[in-house]
Design a protein around this ligand. Structure first.
Ligand code: BGC
Length: 741
């Protein structure tokens, strides 16, 4: 994937707006190298006691009994004390995958809600993720946060995963490039960003104890490759380790993953913070964990007294404590949070950031079906029946720690969180951007009716009377909770089928947190997937419905035709684990296993290709109101460095965006299916653009015997409209090579 200079002009403008030096830039590996030298110098000045300050922090919320948030803290996910004597700032941490999070409404402030991670990934546009990251980073500064718990990049191994909406994609290249861009944007504000949850955190069911089994090579070529690319391109100051077990060890206590892979093999210089309540004991420090976060949620505060006792007795532990401090300081200095302190009470440019959210939502919408050109709707349409999905109220968002509330709070909250301590984190919240209002604004002469969809007969009656029926169907997801299956809840499938039977011009607008089943698909005229579209999602949806925006989003995940097609038709633990946000095991019931060796690195579309299974919609799929052609694929290879060149042409009558996708389809006669490059382009009618993408050799390689191997031989590549619709194969010889990371 070719890296383009992104956002350089916009970056300087944004920097001036929030009082930063105009030179605010993404953090680079050179910044880390310089910062490390400074960190070593500071370490020499630290007293023994000072070495146990940066090692741990609290969850900065007063509702946990006994918690006092210090004066220099900000109500949010976390607080780690600073050391004023050495000008080391406290770390003030907020969740931020999709905007500065709301943390139960404690701060009584608002933030810009970006579209869900999955939606952002559907843009296939790193510049869009950079812009979103830069906006979140600026808002964080204005609220006094200097660490953002962002960068969720776990691969979508199971479409039922409740956090699919927070993550990006099922492919390591797409995920890694996009998360890297988001992190660059965040850190351009002098903010530390995380990348999380390291690693293989593929399901929420039993999230604190599910034990994932996977061969090292398979992990390196899939989930770990997404992290590796994201870390290389984003240079995050921190990695958050995961709740789950990996090969029998907790993610935050996993020597192989944290020490051997992340720190030794990849040479990453930042610090590993734990997920909240994910630290099993003090041994985690030796196994690579640098900081115990949200310490009230663990059985004990291990990274103070117990760590000090170990270090006093054993020089290896003392050296580890020095290394921890060096790493946290390196991240602080590399991002400059000491020199450019974030202060609460700053101004937020909600108009500018709302525009960024709107642009992302428009780019993210995927047109899935458009029978007989039913879409776009004519603005002269006389009557429209809008049905369901709270379209009169707002747009849906996903729940959990990533929940953002906009200015003035949510438009509506539907209580579904039960009565546990974190119930409020698991409610359905709607952002204030009602699609109904936006539809009325774009078709002012139409009679637009609304029915909430609770009574099918009533909705059908209105649909019959209208020229067009638009059914809004919602699928809500939350952290801590997987989907039992892929059906739409609350009888919405029956509602859609009934409306479609009553009106041939039925359009379905989906707001989902991941793939869903569509038993009514061939009965409806059109389907758009709007995901969770964020602060201005209603406008984005209406803009696509009426053709002001030509949809150019592409699916970042496969939509299966049935659960039987998945590597694990039954989600492990779904039949006996009682879902709860905290994720703790019931006494004596913490044995749960997930076998990722079934699919290995063949996640998502690669699994479907291996099995020859036909999904409902393939990875990379998305229609447009115009038509495109890709042509002239040529691969230039020198050693293992390969570049793909091709031309994209808009062959239709409307301007629109296409996404060029290059796939590896064979290697030495063996069938393969791997995305090796992509590029989104905007094309006027009749226009062509030449595209060139550099192919990362790891995408051609196998990881085995401790390193990467590209076998010498013939490699077949094809341009794809999506992972299942491939053009002519171009074969080139590639020289063999074996190397270590
Ligand atoms: C989530 C993390 C989050 C943390 C702090 C945990 O429950 O898994 O993603 O950053 O809480 O809120």
């Amino acid at each position: 994937m070719k890296l383009r200079p992104v956002f350089s002009v916009g970056c300087a403008v944004a920097a001036l707006a929030v009082g930063l030096p105009a030179a605010a830039e993404p953090v680079t590996s050179a910044d880390f190298a310089k910062a490390e030298a400074r960190a070593v110098a500071t370490l020499k000045q630290m007293t023994v006691d000072e070495k146990y300050v940066l090692t741990h922090g609290i969850m900065a919320v007063p509702f946990i009994p006994g918690t006092v948030v210090p004066a220099d803290g900000v109500l949010g996910a976390g607080y780690v004390a600073g050391i004023p004597r050495l000008n080391i700032p406290a770390l003030t941490e907020s969740d931020a995958s999709l905007g500065v999070a709301w943390v139960g409404g404690l701060r009584h402030d608002g933030a810009t809600a970006l579209p869900s991670g999955l939606a952002q990934a559907a843009t296939w546009n790193p510049d869009t993720l950079y812009a979103g990251g830069a906006a979140i980073g600026a808002e964080a500064r204005a609220k006094g946060f200097n660490v953002l718990l962002a960068g969720g990049v776990n691969l979508a191994r199971d479409p039922r995963n409740g956090r699919t909406f927070e993550y990006l994609a099922e492919d390591p290249l797409l995920s890694g490039v996009l998360v890297g861009a988001a992190i660059r944007g965040i850190q351009s504000n002098h903010i530390i960003s995380t990348i999380k949850h390291f690693a293989l955190n593929g399901q929420e069911t039993g999230r604190k104890y599910v034990d994932v089994k996977i061969a090292e090579g398979a992990a390196r070529e899939s989930d770990l490759l997404a992290f590796q690319i994201g870390i290389e391109q984003g240079q995050p100051g921190s990695v958050m380790c995961s709740y789950n077990r990996i090969l029998g060890k907790q993610g935050c206590d996993q020597d192989w993953l944290l020490n051997k892979v992340l720190k030794q093999s990849w040479g990453w210089k930042g610090f590993v913070m734990s997920d909240w309540g994910a630290v099993p004991g003090v041994e985690a420090a030796i196994n690579g964990l640098d900081q115990q976060s949200g310490e009230q949620l663990d059985k004990a505060v291990f990274f103070t007294g117990p760590l000090k006792a170990k270090a006093a007795a054993d020089p290896a532990w003392a050296a580890r404590v020095d290394d921890i401090n060096k790493r946290v300081l390196t991240a602080i200095y590399a991002t400059g949070i000491d020199k450019f302190p974030a202060k609460p009470g700053g101004a937020i440019d909600f108009a500018a950031h709302g525009q960024i959210a709107l642009d992302a939502a428009k780019q993210a919408i995927v047109l899935l079906r458009n029978a007989n050109g039913a879409l776009p709707l004519a603005k002269s349409t006389k009557s429209i029946a809008v049905i369901g999905g709270y379209a009169d109220t707002g747009v849906l968002s996903g729940a959990g720690s990533s929940q953002v509330q906009g200015e003035g709070g949510p438009a509506a909250v539907r209580s579904v969180g039960g009565d546990g301590p974190f119930a409020a984190f698991m409610n359905q919240q709607y952002h204030r951007s009602a699609p109904l209002k936006a539809i009325k604004a774009l078709a002012p002469q139409a009679t637009v009716t609304f029915r909430d969809g609770r009574y099918i007969a009533d909705a059908v009656e209105k649909a019959k009377q209208a020229e067009v029926a638009i059914v809004f169907a919602n699928e809500w997801r939350a952290e801590g909770l997987d989907q039992p299956d892929l059906s739409l809840p609350d009888g919405q499938d029956a509602l859609i089928a009934a409306v479609a039977a009553a009106n041939p011009n039925t359009i379905v607008v989906l707001q989902t947190g991941g793939p869903i089943a569509m038993p009514w698909l061939d009965k409806v005229a059109g389907v758009i997937e709007a995901w969770y579209p964020g602060a201005r999602g209603g406008e984005a949806i209406a803009s696509v419905l009426f053709g002001d925006t030509n949809p150019g989003g592409r699916l970042p995940v496969t939509f299966p035709a049935s659960l039987d097609q998945l590597p694990r038709p039954k989600l492990d633990g779904a039949d006996w684990v009682e879902p709860n946000f905290a994720g703790d095991a019931a006494p004596g019931k913490d044995q749960l296993h997930a076998d990722y060796d079934i699919e290995g690195s063949d996640v998502g579309y690669r699994w479907f290709a291996r099995k020859g299974a036909k999904p409902l919609f393939p990875f990379g799929y998305g229609l447009s109101y115009t038509s495109f052609a890709g042509s002239g694929l040529a691969i230039a290879a020198k050693g293992v460095s390969a570049t793909a060149r091709f031309t994209l042409t808009n062959t239709g009558k409307l301007a629109g965006d296409d996404v060029g996708q290059v796939y590896l389809v064979s290697r030495k006669g063996e069938a393969k299916r791997r995305l090796v490059g992509f590029q989104r382009v905007s094309l006027a009618p009749g226009a062509s653009q030449q595209v060139s993408v550099t192919i990362d050799p790891r995408l051609l390689a196998d990881w085995k015997d401790g390193g990467w191997t590209v076998p010498a031989g013939d490699y077949g590549f094809a341009l794809g409209r999506n992972a299942d619709d491939l053009g002519p194969v171009v074969t080139v010889k590639i020289a063999g090579k074996t190397w270590k990371d």
